[in-house]
Write a protein that binds this ligand. Structure first.
Ligand SMILES: Nc1ncnc2c1ncn2[C@@H]1O[C@H](COP(=O)(O)OP(=O)(O)OP(=O)(O)O)[C@@H](O)[C@H]1O
Ligand SMILES: [Mg+2]
Length: 140
């Protein structure tokens, strides 16, 4: 299980390069960690590493729920934080996205883990004190 330690957002950007190389498309990737752990920060740099957009153009999908990068779409970035019910989850049309040839990054996917594809990646970001983060890549 690959494990990384980051002491700054800049180091997380470098780690993203390494993680990006581990995950071929298509893939569903659950980004797990507390509020402010750095899920969106990592996602920005994964999107850039996969060549779908520059990191500065990647913003949190907290309110918009789904962002798409690339033409055709190479990376979807999804945030389920604001969803409460399975009916809301199903309303998003994620089945089609999961079946697409893209990489799909999902924040707060653990809220609907039972509905996510079994064949997926989990990136867990443990937020210790200060800027330190422990980033673990695994499969369920
Ligand atoms: N080592 C680090 N790696 C990543 N981010 C860090 C690190 N140290 C500090 N930070 C800061 O922590 C914050 C993480 O915010 P980010 O939006 O990425 O978290 P998140 O997990 O997506 O939060 P949310 O649960 O609200 O979606 C940023 O302000 C970032 O600069
Ligand atoms: Mg976020």
């Amino acid at each position: 299980m690959p494990e990384f330690f980051s002491e700054s957002p800049e180091q997380t950007a470098e780690i993203a390069q390494q993680i990006a190389a581990l995950i071929p498309a298509p893939a569903v990737i659950q980004l797990t960690g507390n509020l402010g752990a750095g899920k969106t920060t990592l996602a920005k740099h994964l999107v850039e590493a996969w060549g779908a957009a520059v990191a500065d153009d990647v913003s949190s999908p907290t309110y918009t729920l789904i962002h798409e990068y690339g033409e055709p779409v190479a990376v979807y970035h999804i945030d389920l934080y604001r969803l409460e019910k399975p009916s809301e989850f199903y309303g998003l049309g994620l089945e089609e996205i999961f079946d697409s040839p893209a990489r799909v990054l999902i924040e707060w996917g653990e809220k609907f883990a039972a509905f996510l594809p079994k064949d997926r990646w989990i990136i867990h970001i443990h937020h210790a004190e200060g800027d330190n983060r422990r980033i673990i890549v695994s499969r369920p």
